[in-house]
Every structure is written in structure tokens, then in C-alpha cells.
Design a protein around this ligand. Structure first.
Ligand code: NAD
Length: 270
């Protein structure tokens, strides 16, 4: 890609030593997983689609749970492969610049692409695991979905009989405090925040952008549509992320494998 804004973004990446990336559903649309609010998003096409995505509805209504299990069974995540944008972030990590990927996604595609799992913070959890809302027991989603495929409309917890749910954050549900703390530290500590494929309309994820900017980081936003936080960005790129990210990650390698600041390596923060 050759444009002045792309060149400006490449220059910011080339001079960065500690990049934190914040990703959203838009990085996975090229992998066949629809986003929520893009032009072809699930909620753009059906305004009622998110109505039952609350923890209260899940807890109180067996029909909501049965529908949720059926859509988990049919979810495009199970066949999705990482795309050029996920792979570009792996390249950026290998160049020594990228420290942390904070993702709002639940699809596991960063890890599948080869990102170091210790550097990936899943703010909204993962669809690959289950959690019991009664006793807190965790398990693999594939085991629960096998029970659904074999005819159980709503698999219960094998330990206590409680209500099982995907280990994702529903509306009305608290984020994991430790994951959020590490995400905030990664925003505070970076010298460049690269925001990719998110409408920045969900808090507290979106708040990481002003947090990083106020702490002195440069901000690049790569998103097809305007976001409420574009004002914080040194560069805004509207091109498809599958084209932008490979271009940004192709800057020359960084000598010495990355510099760690006084915060140390985020993967070791306790
Ligand atoms: P969002 O749907 O609100 O916004 C996605 C943004 O990405 C849109 O503005 C859209 O225009 C842009 N976009 C889509 N494809 C693009 C592309 N190829 N190039 C450039 N821009 C592109 O999603 P969000 O901000 O991540 O927040 C919504 C919530 O959706 C999150 O909590 C997340 O957990 C959940 N979600 C996750 C997945 C997933 O895991 N893949 C999928 C759908 C929703």
C-alpha cells in the first residue's frame, strides 16, 4: 500500500519499541466470522440479535440457553483459519516490537496464528472453554458440544448439575479483574497502541485508547468505519486490515529483540 497515511503509520511502527495491539471482531471477518456492528455485522442485519446476549436472560430463560447452545454448535469459529492480519501480528511479535495483544475476540485466532499465548489477553474470554455458573468448574467447549451433538439440548455441569455457559463475557457480566489489570498496564506501558478492527463501542476495552494516549503512546487506528476515539490517533487507516497489517509488519526487523521498560515483561506481571 502506498499512501501518505500508510507511510506515516509505517514510520510509527518502525520507531516503536513496545507495541500493544488492541483487536476486535473486524480482524476476524476475513476468516469468515462476522462482526457485530460492521456493514455486514450480525447486529447491523438484525437489530434484535443482541437482545438475549445478557447474563440475566441466559440465567432465567431455558429457551435462551438452548438457542445459545445451538448457535455455539453451528458457530463459524470451529472451521475458521487465521488470516493475513493475524499472521502479520505474529510477524510483528517476531520482529521484537510487539509486546501484548489485547483482544476483545473470543475466537482464539491470534493463538492459532502463532501469537505467543502468554502475550494474548482475552478481555471478553474465550468460546473454546466452558464455565459452570454454579460451582465455577471450567472445561473444554468441544466436550460440551459433543454432548449437544449427541442430543442434549442444554448440557449441565457434570460436577454440580449447574448451568454451563461459554467462558465468554456476556452483557451484564464482570470482566476478569486480573486480565483487565494486565490490559491496562499494557496500555500504560506501550509506546505505540495499534488498534485493529474494532468499533470501540464496548467499555472498558475502548477506554484503553485514551488511557494509552494520555500516558504518552502514539495511537494508530485501523478500522473501516470512524470510531469515537479517532481523535486520539496520530494516524487513522480506513483500508481493510488484511491489507494494512501485512504492510505495517513488513518494516525492517528491530535489533536486539525489543527493549523492556521498567514495567518488565507483561507476561510475568503477577
Ligand atoms: P464491532 O462489530 O463493534 O466492530 C467491528 C469493526 O470492524 C466495525 O467498525 C467494522 O467496520 C470493522 N471491520 C470489519 N471488518 C473489517 C476489515 N476487514 N477491515 C477493516 N475494518 C473492518 O466489534 P468489536 O468492536 O470487536 O466489539 C464487539 C464485541 O464483539 C466484542 O465484545 C467481541 O467479543 C464480540 N465479537 C467477537 C467476534 C470474534 O471473536 N471474532 C465476532 C463478533 C463479535
Amino acid at each position: 500500500m502506498a499512501s501518505d497515511t500508510c507511510e506515516a503509520a509505517r514510520a510509527l511502527v518502525a520507531s516503536a519499541h513496545r507495541i500493544t495491539v488492541l483487536t476486535g471482531a473486524g480482524i476476524s471477518t476475513d476468516s469468515g466470522i462476522p462482526d457485530f456492528r460492521g456493514p455486514d455485522g450480525l447486529w447491523t442485519r438484525d437489530a434484535d440479535a443482541g437482545r438475549d446476549a445478557t447474563l440475566a436472560a441466559y440465567l432465567s430463560d431455558p429457551a435462551v440457553r438452548k438457542q445459545a447452545w445451538q448457535s455455539r454448535l453451528d458457530h463459524p469459529i470451529w472451521t475458521a483459519k487465521p488470516n493475513a492480519a493475524h499472521k502479520a501480528l505474529v510477524e510483528l511479535e517476531r520482529s521484537g516490537r510487539l509486546r501484548t495483544v489485547v483482544t476483545q475476540n473470543i475466537d482464539g485466532l491470534h493463538q492459532k496464528a502463532g501469537s505467543d499465548p502468554h502475550r494474548v489477553l482475552e478481555l471478553h474470554g474465550t468460546l473454546h472453554a466452558t464455565v459452570c455458573l454454579g460451582c465455577g468448574a471450567t472445561g473444554w467447549m468441544r466436550d460440551a458440544l459433543k454432548r449437544v451433538a449427541e442430543g442434549e439440548a442444554e448440557p449441565d455441569c457434570l460436577r454440580c448439575g449447574g448451568i454451563l455457559k461459554s467462558a465468554t463475557i456476556s452483557f451484564g457480566q464482570e470482566l476478569d479483574g486480573e486480565v483487565l489489570r494486565r490490559a491496562r498496564l499494557a496500555a500504560l506501558d506501550c509506546d505505540l497502541l495499534l488498534v485493529v478492527g474494532t468499533s470501540l463501542s464496548v467499555q472498558p476495552a475502548a477506554g484503553l485508547v485514551p488511557l494509552a494516549a494520555r500516558a504518552g503512546a502514539q495511537v494508530i487506528i485501523c478500522n473501516a468505519e470512524p470510531t469515537p476515539y479517532d481523535v486520539h490517533a496520530a494516524v487513522v487507516l480506513r483500508e481493510p486490515v488484511g491489507e494494512v497489517l501485512p504492510d505495517l509488519s513488513s518494516v525492517p526487523p528491530f535489533g536486539g529483540g525489543g527493549q523492556f521498560s521498567s514495567w518488565g515483561d507483561p507476561s510475568t506481571w503477577s
